[in-house]
Design a protein around this ligand. Structure first.
Ligand SMILES: [Zn+2]
Length: 394
């Protein structure tokens, strides 16, 4: 049995309103004991039990590790030139994803794995202890299968996204591609995937194709997620709710009917403000969603085209500055909200029984995450009760 005590915490975010004050369950002058990877005790500093090892937080803020419930980390190449052109005002071309697909298909397993590991390590350095990773840049049976195998080597939250876009070779017959996704591709990928996702958008997959793919995935025991209503109004949110998806992601263009559907369901609205930032697009109206009673998560959407960041504090700062969220709502959405979006009850909070995944800030309060944007505020990341984290973010 190994135990680790984090003592002299100035401000502890537990996300458990029964343990501490307010929706973030705040405790002051607190300590946390991790034992065998789990939180074994939370209480006042000075009353903590003995432990094998002690970390002195020295009055800093401690919060649950970030739960990034949406990323695309299995790819090769980057698209910096495309970003620069977009910022110069050149029109966004849909050829972008195709260039990543070509680079990914021609990359070796070693290159793809090293890139995914590098990005997971980068995410961890900014406080992320759980990360979901999608396939979606292979778009053949073999390339999607190996993308998921590689994703599974860096996280347990793996998502099959064969229905990302219709690849060039099926441009004239998108229905045939949708059949491939729902059939042989799903067969090959399901053993490595926990989730399935579909990009429901004009130019990607329509509601009928998406429903067929998602139902086939559900029949194989995969949980469901949907890229919904990113570039314009559409059927994605309704479909996600109807099929009991864990999450509808993006939700930039939602109707009153969409909000009602989300608020009366278990489907989380996962907002990805770094994507709007990087594409100079309008942000989703998080305030309107929260006021309608929708559960909101924040995630990075890390991908080489529209959001090349793994940094959850940056997403929190955007959510507060640009989307009308309070600091408390944004911190909750990046931790407990992400856990809801992944249907995980063991992460996203810090109280007895939860996984010992936590971040010690180089700051006295979580408020600094939005108040001091772009500043390295992560002092130390602990996952599964381990100080140096053997495998990065799981
Ligand atoms: Zn995405």
């Amino acid at each position: 049995m190994t135990s680790l005590l984090i003592d002299r915490i100035g401000l502890l975010v537990t996300n458990d309103p029964w343990t501490g004050a307010g929706p973030l369950g705040i405790l002051r002058n607190a300590a946390v004991l991790a034992e065998n990877g789990r939180i074994a005790w939370v209480g006042p500093s000075g009353e903590a039990p003995e432990a094998d090892e002690r970390v002195d937080a020295d009055g800093a803020c401690v919060l649950p590790g970030f739960v990034d419930s949406h990323s695309h980390l299995v790819f090769a190449g980057d698209r910096a030139a495309e970003f620069a052109a977009r910022m110069r005002g050149e029109e966004y071309s849909a050829g972008g994803i195709a260039s990543t697909v070509a680079a990914t298909r021609s990359a070796s397993d070693v290159v793809l794995t090293a890139n995914a590991e590098r990005l997971v390590a980068e995410a961890r350095a900014s406080g992320t202890t759980t990360i979901e990773v999608k396939s979606g840049y292979g778009l053949t049976v073999e390339d999607e299968e190996r993308s998921l195998r590689i994703a599974a080597s860096v996280t347990r939250e793996t998502t099959f996204l064969g229905a990302h876009v219709v690849p060039a070779e099926y441009r004239d017959d998108p229905d045939e591609y949708a059949k491939l996704v729902a059939g042989p591709m799903l067969d090959a990928c399901a053993p490595h995937a926990r989730w399935a996702d579909v990009f429901v958008e004009r130019g990607a997959f329509d509601a009928d194709a998406a429903e067929a793919i998602l139902r086939a995935a559900a029949a194989r025991g995969l949980g469901l997620r949907v890229h919904a209503n990113q570039l314009g109004p559409g059927p994605g949110v309704q479909l996600a709710v109807e099929l009991g998806a864990a999450s509808a992601d993006h939700c930039t263009y939602v109707s009153a009917r969409d909000l009602t559907a989300l608020s009366s369901s278990e489907t989380v609205a996962t907002l990805l403000p770094a994507a709007e930032f990087s594409t100079r697009a309008p942000y989703p109206d998080a305030r309107r969603m929260l006021d309608a009673g929708v559960t909101v998560a924040l995630a990075s959407d890390c991908n080489p085209g529209s959001s090349y960041t793994t940094n959850m504090p940056f997403c929190i700062a955007l959510a507060v500055r640009e989307m009308g969220m309070t600091c408390e709502e944004a911190v909750w959405a990046a931790t407990a909200g992400g856990a809801r979006a992944l249907r995980r009850s063991d992460v996203g909070w810090l109280t007895k029984g939860s996984k010992a995944d936590l971040t010690i800030l180089a700051a006295p309060s979580y408020l600094h995450l939005a108040y001091r944007p772009g500043t390295p505020l992560i002092r130390e990341v602990i996952s599964g009760g381990e100080r140096d984290g053997r495998r990065g973010a799981e």
